[in-house]
Design a protein around this ligand. Structure first.
Ligand code: ADP
Ligand code: MG
Length: 678
């Protein structure tokens, strides 16, 4: 890569350029103008309309200072057909020699017009007209600047850049032709030095489209590289022999949905191969991902390998453990449990059993990632709610085997990500989607209720419980203070226990020990407690089919994904389910939008799409989590059509044009942090 020093050897200048994020000629080339000013032609004053940015030219016919609130200089110019006032609030004492009557000047700026049709430009840019001054052929670019580095300097640097003729082409000609793209140099030139004719033909949009194309392509290439690398990892070939599978299926109280069968087929097909599976199983909350993972685990175990299932929270992991282990133990599979809250001795025993292979299926939290854990022969790793794990944690598991073989990986996520975002974020994975809920679910109705009607909500809850329902009551997340959060939950617990006696009310929060949490959850799922007050610890995956009401306090403080997840705790059985969102009046605009979305849709993908619109993709995943550098030109929502073209192309470029592929990724993502390099 050629560094900017080739163009500018001044250290001081370079420092300022660095402030703008410009450290190479490529950065400079991509430093495209914010907007343009049209100094290519002189506008007849009579034709200049209010609101237009134009350059006019004329002879000075008057020049005077008047005293309004402050002193103002008014210079009037005329071009034969009309006249216009130029208004200055700041001016030099020698203004009368600067603006001599009879002198010809050009003025550029936005035209204002009063009721009488008098035209004014406030603080125009002024140019004296003489023989040397020519009109420029191109629009004048206005660049993002920084202190001590003005627009003119950047214009000059860009000029040097184009004169140096160093902008090459990143794509083979046949690809440029096939996608009817502009050449890269041509596109960049147009963006920096746009001509009036090009502007008229919206050429700058075509030019920008070329940059978006390259940017998205580079991103896909990068992800493709990771995809290829991962898929080259040797892995055990796991083919079902029905030893455990048949008994397992016989024990299921339900039939798999079509969608579950489909994703299961896709998963098992991957596991047949001697290359590592990297599959993401996406499905809305309650779509039944757990059983798919369990079946995949059982197939690995039939082949004499171990499987592990990991969940991000202790509660969720424990729920999985209770459900999955009882199912598996019944058919003769040895299961084990690993969590951070176990005693050292318990853990040590489990480690030993894992290393010796006596435990076939291990369920746990991220404790499974710890460096002391060594598997005898891990064949499949399932990571539930994968977006909750950091990317590093997700990668840590890959290298857990004593042998050379890598475990197949099945990740699961209930955070639906819009297709556009998934194409970027999950480009290193194969994705299976469960797009249907098990039958017999009743839709959840969502009510937005002002918190000053809280007492009515409490009465409603009492009635529902009297007729057999169970209720979650979620207390707000208080980010600043865990202490406040707990206090608040305790108060709500007291309030509800008092009001609702003799109804049994329970409380679960993050400060409880894992065992205590499990105990409370157990009582709730046994219907020994009818109402469970909870901080947001119940957010993911908790499954109590008889719970049909969820009340969420301060719902205005929560994000859409979180609200959707919380709401998904109900509507799991066949009872009519309700989600009541309490809010404090005085909603912010964003909060209002969010509550609007959540109360009008239960479709996780639609909600995620709206979330993307409200927040933008960076925030949706969190930069750290997504591991992807932010896009500068392309926008995943707006440029979905480009992305769709690029998906298949990335593979072609990677395979047929490796040097172009390298150039693209180097140019666009050099020294950007990206998880895919680990
Ligand atoms: P999630 O995808 O959110 O993890 P779960 O796997 O926890 O969902 O499943 C939610 C509930 O649906 C569980 O109680 C599970 O037993 C049940 N379930 C899963 N698959 C089916 C099915 N095909 N028919 C009926 N119920 C099912
Ligand atoms: Mg789940």
């Amino acid at each position: 890569m050629q560094i900017l020093e080739q163009i500018s050897d001044k250290a001081q200048l370079n420092n300022k350029l660095l402030k703008l994020g410009l450290s190479s000629w490529w950065d400079l080339a991509l430093h495209i103008p914010l907007r343009y000013e049209d100094l290519t032609r002189v506008y007849p004053i009579a034709e200049a309309r209010a609101g237009q940015q134009v350059m006019v030219e004329g002879e000075i016919i008057s020049c005077e200072v008047i005293q309004r609130k402050n002193r103002q200089l008014i210079v009037k110019i005329a071009d034969g057909d009309g006249f216009i006032s130029l208004l200055f609030f700041h001016f030099f004492p020698n203004y009368s020699s600067q603006y001599k009557i009879g002198k010809r000047i050009r003025a550029f700026g936005e035209v204002k017009q009063d009721h009488f049709g008098n035209k004014t430009i406030i603080h125009p840019k002024i140019q004296t007209v003489n023989e040397e001054v020519k009109l420029s052929n191109t629009f004048t670019p206005i660049y993002p600047t920084t202190n001590g580095l003005n627009n003119q300097t950047i214009i000059q640097l860009v000029e040097d850049l184009f004169n140096a003729n160093i902008i090459g082409e990143t794509l083979p000609q046949n690809i440029i032709d096939r996608y009817k793209l502009l050449g890269l140099a041509q596109a960049l030139l147009a963006l920096h030095k746009l001509t009036p004719l090009q502007f008229k033909q919206k050429y700058q949009e075509k030019a920008l489209a070329r940059l978006k194309f390259d940017e998205l392509l580079a991103q896909q290439l990068l992800m493709h590289k990771v995809y290829v690398k991962k898929h080259a990892n040797p892995a055990p070939q796991l083919k079902t022999n029905n030893k455990y599978l048949i008994p397992l299926l016989a024990k299921l109280p339900f039939k798999l949905t079509k969608a579950q069968q489909k994703v299961l087929r896709e998963t098992l097909q991957d596991m047949l191969l001697d290359k590592q599976m990297n599959r993401l199983l996406q499905g809305d909350v309650g779509s039944g991902k757990t059983i798919v993972a369990t079946i995949a685990a059982v197939v690995a175990i039939e082949n004499g390998f171990q499987a592990c299932i990991m969940a991000p929270t202790e509660i969720l992991a424990e729920q999985h453990y209770l459900k999955i282990s009882s199912l598996c133990e019944e058919i003769g599979i040895k299961t084990g449990w690993l969590s951070g809250s176990q005693t050292k001795k318990q853990k040590q025993e489990t480690y030993t059993a894992i290393a010796e292979g006596t435990i076939q299926l291990i369920v746990g939290t991220h404790a499974v990632f710890q460096k002391d854990v060594e598997f005898h022969n891990l064949g499949l790793a399932v990571i539930d709610e994968q977006h909750r794990f950091g990317v590093e944690q997700r990668l840590a598991l890959i290298n857990k085997n004593k042998q050379q073989l890598h475990p197949h990986q099945l990740m699961m996520s209930a955070t639906p990500i819009p297709r556009s975002l998934a194409m970027s974020y999950y480009a290193d994975l194969d994705v299976s989607v469960i797009d249907e809920l098990p039958p017999g679910r009743t839709p959840i109705s969502t009510l937005l209720i002002n918190n000053n009607r809280r007492h009515e909500v409490i009465e409603f809850v009492r009635n529902k419980i009297d007729s057999g329902a169970q209720v979650y009551w979620v207390c707000p997340l208080i980010e600043e203070s865990e202490k406040l959060e707990l206090e608040n939950a305790l108060n709500t617990y007291q309030e509800l226990a008092n009001h609702l006696a003799p109804i049994k009310v329970g409380l679960i929060h993050g400060k409880l020990k894992a065992r205590e949490k499990a105990q409370v959850m157990e009582e709730f799922s046994q219907n020994q407690l009818q109402l469970l007050v909870a901080t947001t610890v119940i957010e993911v995956g908790v499954d109590v089919p008889n719970a049909s009401i969820i009340v969420i306090e301060h719902s205005e403080r929560m994000g859409l994904a979180q609200l959707h997840q919380l709401r998904g705790r109900v509507g799991r059985g066949n009872l009519q389910s309700e989600c009541i969102l309490l809010y404090e009046p005085g909603l912010s605009e964003v909060a209002r939008q969010r509550l609007q979305v959540i109360s009008s849709s239960t479709d996780g993908f639609e909600i995620a799409r709206q979330d993307l619109l409200i927040r933008g993709p960076g925030e949706l995943l969190g930069q750290r989590q997504s591991g992807l550098p932010a896009l500068r030109f392309a926008n995943l929502e707006e440029d979905l059509d480009i992305l769709q073209q690029i998906k298949p192309l990335a593979r072609e470029i990677a395979e047929k044009y490796p040097s172009h592929a390298k150039l693209l990724t180097d140019l666009w993502f050099h020294n950007k942090s990206i998880y895919t390099q680990s």
